[in-house]
Design a protein around this ligand. Structure first.
Ligand code: FES
Length: 94
């Protein structure tokens, strides 16, 4: 996939959020999934967040390398739950 097509790839189909918006948010300081949800609306659509399986590898790759992978390998261990808009492991305890 060329660079332009990669950047316009829709990551969150519920809220039609393209990869370039996700990458910009992460570059801008979103260092948790919950921050990405708040900044972009990706991950909090009616499907329950199936795109979180793509958001997490993007975020993890950036935090580890400072860049983004060409191909996103989905992380199937990520929790998808329509009733939880904030991930429990990132709750602030309130
Ligand atoms: S595809 Fe992102 S929340 Fe449904």
């Amino acid at each position: 996939m060329n660079r332009q097509r990669r950047r316009s790839e829709i990551i969150c189909r519920c809220n039609e959020v393209p990869r370039e918006v996700i990458e910009k948010a992460i570059r801008g300081g979103c260092d948790t999934l919950n921050k990405i949800f708040d900044e972009t609306t990706a991950g909090v659509g009616p499907c329950g967040g199936s795109c979180r399986r793509k958001l997490k590898p993007l975020l993890d790759h950036f935090l580890k390398t400072g860049g983004f992978p060409d191909k996103i390998v989905e992380d199937n261990s990520v929790r998808v739950d329509p009733d939880r808009r904030v991930l429990p492991d990132e709750d602030d305890g309130e």
